[in-house]
Design a protein around this ligand. Structure first.
Ligand code: 1GP
Length: 237
């Protein structure tokens, strides 16, 4: 309950959080030391690890290497039940509640539960809501679900509230990695003002202004993947 409690505490104190998302498949192992020191110098408070098609042995190896050189919390952000490693600190136990594919609503969770029971991972149940961008993202393609209309703020809110009522501890508004359009600020504003639990926002945020805008609209934790992956000096600017 450590990591979740810290997120709650940060929310109460209006302290904004930042996660860098690493995809184990895209790690250049020779540069991993530099990458980790860049992360340590950045304002990141968390490292999220996930991707669409990650193999387990790579996952373990990456986390072990990071743990040697960083004290940041490592949170799994899995694309499927094979992406579980007990080397991490916590896992976002996701349900893709914007979609209507039962595999991503409950089937993967049923498969993961007995595996998770054997780990020490802190399990953080998360209502995961995919929002439309102008491009089709990997989440959409792989989950075979339709994102929510980016103009339908009421539907996004009702979905987030349903997630909260189901007992999710976090809501994650996701535009998808590499999205050409990030989650609309009005949507972040509406959702954050009408749920009690912390709000995560990610996908398609490519500059520091975008991070500030998301915070200002009400995001408690912002996730940066592609922008940092493309430029490890991203946070120096
Ligand atoms: C994806 O929200 C994250 O799940 C991050 O997206 O790669 O576009 O930063 P980006």
């Amino acid at each position: 309950t450590n990591i979740y409690n810290n997120i709650l505490k940060a929310k109460t104190n209006n302290q904004k959080l930042l996660a860098i998302l690493l995809d184990p498949d895209k790690i250049v192992w020779e540069n991993l030391g530099d990458l980790i020191s860049k992360i340590n110098q950045s304002p990141a408070t968390h490292i999220f690890i996930g991707g669409s098609l990650v193999e387990n042995n790579i996952l373990d190896r990456l986390i072990i290497e990071i743990k040697k050189n960083s004290t940041l919390s490592i949170v799994l952000f899995p694309g499927n039940p094979s992406q579980i490693s007990n080397k991490a600190d916590a896992i976002l136990f996701l349900s893709l509640i914007s979609g209507r594919n039962p595999d991503y609503l409950i089937e993967h969770q049923v498969k993961a539960a007995p595996i998770l029971k054997k780990t020490q991972l802190e399990i953080i149940s998360t209502g995961y809501i995919l929002i439309e961008s102008s491009n089709e993202t990997a989440v959409e393609r792989i989950s075979k679900t339709k994102p929510l209309d980016r103009n339908n703020l009421d539907l996004a809110l009702a979905t987030a509230q349903a997630g909260e009522m189901l007992g999710n501890k976090l809501i994650y508004l996701e535009a998808g990695s590499g999205a050409k359009q990030a989650v609309p600020l009005e949507m972040i504003e509406l959702v954050s003002q009408n749920i009690e639990i912390p709000l995560l926002v990610g996908g398609g945020i490519i500059d520091l202004q975008g991070i500030q805008n998301a915070y200002h609209a009400g995001a408690d934790l912002v996730i940066i993947g592609t922008a940092f992956e493309n430029d490890n000096d991203f946070f120096d600017k």
